[in-house]
Design a protein around this ligand. Structure first.
Ligand code: ATP
Length: 239
């Protein structure tokens, strides 16, 4: 069976800096997969390559068999991408923002996609307000709904709960689990290792552009003799 995501010896250089140093990982459809590591590990770079927004310097990556180098258009039709930071659009209302995206990415059934996206936000009447007046948590929910509203085969979520308080982070995690139940395959990044332990079926621990461990959370804990991923990570990067 074709893998949902297959990354093979992926390299990314920014000038002299090698941010991603030949990483490989893959997983099946239906998985919630985590790319976990501290600031600057190379998570966003990897996700941006998979979302076809950045060219790799070496190696290959495939989404459901399509190459990020050769099949960008095909990939863009089957993924939803939540960027780490999204600026702009603060003068649009939340609703207008969803409508614009639905019309661009799902012209054939945009009304249905828009309605679903509006429900996913959970923002109710606040969708009529300008994005500039939203809190961080509201913006994150809006962007997450945008990434998921066309029911992508693969959702690529860069730090979906970054900067959120415990209530909003919990709500976002609930949305992610719900989407996974509905059949969306999920690849997410986080530096919150406890969150990932709770959310992900499988993961790669990444540090300075290198994968230091990968597998199911319980297997990594067993192999490192720890009871949480933070301790596992500290042990792995010190050895
Ligand atoms: P964070 O958790 O802080 O978002 P990350 O794991 O997502 O970190 P990346 O954003 O992929 O890490 O960055 C990896 C490395 O590449 C860092 O050293 C970063 O400074 C560098 N980098 C990222 N984007 C660029 C760029 N456009 N130009 C030059 N260097 C970059």
């Amino acid at each position: 069976m074709v893998k949902a995501v297959e990354v093979i010896n992926l390299v990314k250089r920014y000038g002299k800096l090698e941010a991603v140093k030949g990483i490989s990982f893959s997983f099946e459809e239906g998985t919630i997969y985590g790319l976990i590591g501290p600031n600057g590990a190379g998570k966003s770079t990897t996700l941006r390559i998979l979302a076809t927004l950045l060219e790799p310097s070496g190696g290959e990556a495939k989404i459901f068999g399509f190459s990020v180098k050769k099949d960008k258009d095909k990939i863009r039709k089957i993924i939803g991408y939540l960027p780490e930071e999204a600026g702009g659009y603060k003068y649009l209302t939340g609703y207008e923002y969803l409508e614009m995206n639905a019309k661009i990415y799902s012209p054939e059934n945009y009304e249905e996609v828009l309605e679903y996206g509006a429900t996913l936000t959970g923002l109710g009447d606040r969708l009529e307000d300008r994005i500039g007046s939203y809190s961080k948590g509201m913006i994150r929910r809006l962007l997450l709904a945008r990434a998921l509203m066309n029911r992508p085969r693969l959702a690529i979520l860069d730090e979906p709960t970054a900067g959120l308080d415990v209530i909003h982070a919990t709500e976002i995690r609930r949305m992610i689990r719900q989407m996974a139940k509905e059949g969306v395959t999920i690849l997410l990044s986080s530096h919150n290792m406890l969150e990932v332990q709770y959310l992900c079926d499988e993961l790669s621990l990444i540090s300075q552009g290198i994968i230091v461990a990968q597998g199911r959370p319980e297997d990594i804990l067993r192999d490192t003799g720890t009871d949480n991923l933070e301790d596992a990570f500290m042990k792995l990067v010190k050895t």
